[in-house]
Design a protein around this ligand. Structure first.
Ligand code: NAD
Ligand code: ISE
Length: 336
């Protein structure tokens, strides 16, 4: 059976996922698209060989009987509305990160999904599907390098668009490390601290780039995340876990390292699309297979909620220059 997908938000990642759902993932086709910029949605639709219906609103798309499941790739503040509408329609929803931009909005989604009595939402934290992160977790889980003590992480972007604000370093960029730390250590974050190193001369006035974020996990592991979003040289995501008797780290380069004439070189990816292309493919295939089988998989609304609560605390830590403890509601049984 082919799963008919409706995509809300036809910007950069929306187009990326439309291509993926049409040409990479098996068992899916895009039958409808929508964007607040209808001209963009129409232009995207017109380029596809199997032209989808262009809906004037996301709500209309969700209610379209030719849409079995919904992918939300519009701007973060619009996610809540579409995820709630998808749940109300009883349709599976894949929502790009963030699940929603405030704790309260995430709680409304949790409440709606709990009332529906089944998981209908999957959040796009694609790093969980990245081969290197998965191998890192496997190595650590085997136990032969001892218990984890610390993780050093770096998240470097070559540049960011003009609408990207200081707060987004935390809730748009470091949100990935927040999710990966929770997943990697099967643990919640207990507290967050944010330090502001010397500001890069490449960062515009009032823009705190880079940041150093410290995540204290409930079990005692400490994760430091360097986030630098005007680093220019490429898209560089790094991670090393220090255990009691060994370490495990992500590879320096996605391709081969070439040693020649007393030097060595490797490729630095240009952006998230290149670095995580395979992870996105695997993520969507897993989601499509699960939805086709009448269920869902992947990061849940609870994971989306936990990440947003940690981001809120991170923003408070940035403003107050203090360590901020993280307090969450009890985990509902649906997400046990
Ligand atoms: P973008 O600005 O390129 O595209 C967003 C699109 O949403 C635009 O076309 C805009 O017109 C549309 N839109 C805005 N409000 C809308 C509304 N109310 N209804 C319908 N459409 C609306 O942004 P993007 O880079 O594609 O990011 C979109 C989402 O994907 C964001 O939540 C972002 O955080 C996430 N994202 C995730 C990753 C990742 O690595 N997982 C990477 C990039 C973006
Ligand atoms: C973007 O929205 C993403 O999610 C990318 O993965 C991340 O690297 C980038 O910093 C964000 O702006």
């Amino acid at each position: 059976m082919t799963l008919n997908i409706g995509v809300i938000g036809t910007g950069v990642i929306g187009q990326n996922h439309i291509r993926r759902l049409g040409h990479v993932v098996s068992g899916t086709r895009v039958t409808a698209v929508s964007d607040v910029d209808t001209g963009r949605a129409q232009a995207v639709a017109d380029k596809l060989s199997d032209i989808p219906t262009v809906h004037a609103t996301g709500q209309e798309l969700i209610n379209d009987p030719r849409v079995d499941a919904v992918v939300v790739t519009s701007w973060g503040p619009t996610h809540e509305e579409y995820v709630l509408a998808g749940i109300a329609a009883g349709k599976q929803v894949f929502c790009e990160k963030p699940l929603a931009t405030t704790r309260q909005a995430c709680e409304r989604i949790l409440d709606a999904e709990i009332a529906a009595g089944r998981r209908l939402v999957s959040v796009g934290f694609m790093r969980r599907y990245d081969t290197q992160y998965r191998e890192m977790k496997d190595v650590m889980g085997r136990g032969d390098i001892g218990a984890p003590l610390m993780m050093h992480a770096a998240h470097r972007n070559p540049s960011v668009p003009d609408h990207y604000t200081s707060d987004m370093i935390i809730n748009d960029t470091v949100v990935h490390e927040i999710d990966i730390a929770r997943w990697m250590f099967d643990d919640e974050i207990a507290a967050i601290t944010v330090l502001t190193p010397r500001r890069s001369s490449k960062a515009r006035e009032g823009f705190n780039d880079p940041l150093l974020v410290l995540l204290e996990m409930s079990g005692g592991v400490v994760v430091d995340v360097e986030a630098a979003v005007t680093i220019a040289y490429g898209y560089d995501v790094r991670g090393e876990i220090v255990c009691e008797s060994g370490t495990v780290e992500l590879s320096e380069s996605p391709g081969p390292i070439v040693k020649r004439a007393g030097q060595y070189t490797g490729r630095v990816p240009s952006d998230w699309g290149e670095r995580f292309a395979d992870a996105f493919d695997i993520e969507f295939q897993a989601w499509a297979d699960a939805v086709g089988a009448g269920t869902t998989t992947g990061p849940s609304s609870w994971d989306g909620y936990a990440a947003t609560v940690a981001c809120d605390a991170g923003l408070e830590a940035l403003r107050t220059e203090r360590r901020v403890p993280i307090v969450m509601r009890d985990r509902p049984d649906l997400y046990a």
